[in-house]
Unconditional design. Structure first.
Length: 280
C-alpha cells in the first residue's frame, strides 16, 4: 500500500537521524509537524524533543493544541516565547520577511534544543514544499541552520502526509493549511501586534461560522475574505453574510469583502511578479 510505503520511508529516515543523537522537532500543531512528531515519538521514544514557538505571528490556539498533544503522549515539550518585533526591520514586512523571521525563530530553537542535549533539528517541510516555484524564502533559513526535513527527504507529499496521519488516527489529518499571520498583510505594510490579533480574531469568527479553509487579507481598513469556492453558498445562507460583516466590523474593520477568486495560498506573492526562486 502507498501509505505503508510512505510510513516505511519516513521510519527509515527518522532512524538515520536518531542515530546521530537526540532529535528536536519544530512543532506547530499543523498536520505536517504533528505527523513528524508522532512518527519520531514512535521510532525514537525519549530521543525526541518538541519545540513550539509562541509568537504574535501564531494564533494562541495553535500553541495550546501543541501543548495538549505533547502532554497526552508524554512528549517532552518546550515552548519558546518569540518577539518578532525585536528583529530589526521585520515589522516593515519586507519581501524576505519569512527568511529573517524563520532564521531568528529556528536559530532560537537550535540554541534551546542544544541545551537539552539535542544534536539533530528537524522541521515539517514536505516534498510539495520544495518542488515547483512557490516563494518560500524560509526554507533557505532552515537549510542554513542545518535543519533536516524528514518528510521531504522521505518523499512524502502533502497527500501522503494526510493519508498517513489519518491511518495513525491523528485528529489533525484533515486540518486546513495554516500560515503565519503576517502573510495576511501586503508586503511593505507595517505589522503591529494589534493588527495581527485582529486578523486572528477575524479568522476565528469565520471558523465559528462554519467555514473551513479561511484567510482574512488586510488592505488598509478593509478585510478581504478568502474562502473555498464551494463554501460561498454557506456565506449567503441564513443571513450569515450580515452576521460575518457585523462581527468583523466590530473588530475595527471599516469594510468587509469576499474575494470571488476564492482561497489561494500566498495571495500577496503575486505582487512579486514572476515567482522568485525559494532561495531569493
Amino acid at each position: 500500500m502507498v501509505v505503508d510505503d510512505a510510513r516505511n520511508r519516513l521510519e527509515r529516515r527518522l532512524g538515520e537521524l536518531g542515530g546521530r543523537g537526540r532529535v528536536a522537532v519544530a512543532f506547530s500543531a499543523g498536520v505536517d509537524s504533528t505527523l513528524l512528531l508522532e512518527m519520531a515519538r514512535r521510532v525514537l521514544g525519549e530521543g525526541v524533543l518538541a519545540v513550539t514557538a509562541a509568537s504574535p505571528f501564531v494564533p494562541s490556539q495553535d500553541v495550546r493544541e501543541a501543548e495538549a498533544f505533547c502532554e497526552a503522549r508524554g512528549i517532552e515539550h518546550l515552548i519558546l516565547a518569540f518577539d518578532p518585533f525585536s528583529v530589526e526591520g521585520l515589522a516593515d514586512n519586507p519581501k524576505d520577511r519569512c527568511y529573517w523571521c524563520k532564521r531568528a525563530i529556528m536559530g532560537g530553537l537550535v540554541e534551546a534544543a542544544r541545551e537539552r542535549g539535542c544534536a539533530v533539528f528537524a522541521d515539517g517541510t514536505n516534498a510539495d514544499d520544495v518542488s515547483g516555484n512557490a516563494y518560500r524564502p524560509g526554507i533557505r533559513a532552515l537549510e542554513e541552520l542545518g535543519f533536516a526535513s524528514p518528510l521531504a527527504e522521505a518523499g512524502l507529499t502533502k497527500a501522503d502526509v494526510r493519508a498517513l496521519a489519518r491511518e495513525l488516527d491523528l485528529e489533525v489529518w484533515d486540518k486546513p493549511a495554516a500560515a503565519c499571520l503576517a502573510t495576511r498583510f501586503p508586503y511593505g505594510a507595517t505589522l503591529t501586534p494589534e493588527g495581527l490579533q485582529r486578523v486572528a480574531d477575524a479568522e476565528r469568527i469565520l471558523r465559528e461560522e462554519g467555514f473551513t479553509q479561511v484567510r482574512v487579507r488586510v488592505e488598509g481598513d478593509l478585510a478581504r475574505i478568502e474562502l473555498l469556492p464551494e463554501e460561498f453558498g454557506l456565506l449567503l445562507a441564513d443571513d450569515r453574510a450580515a452576521e460575518v460583516d457585523r462581527r468583523l466590523r466590530a473588530l475595527g474593520f471599516a469594510r468587509v469583502t469576499l474575494d470571488l477568486a476564492g482561497f489561494a495560498s500566498g495571495s500577496w506573492d503575486a505582487s512579486l511578479g514572476d515567482n522568485p526562486a525559494r532561495g531569493a
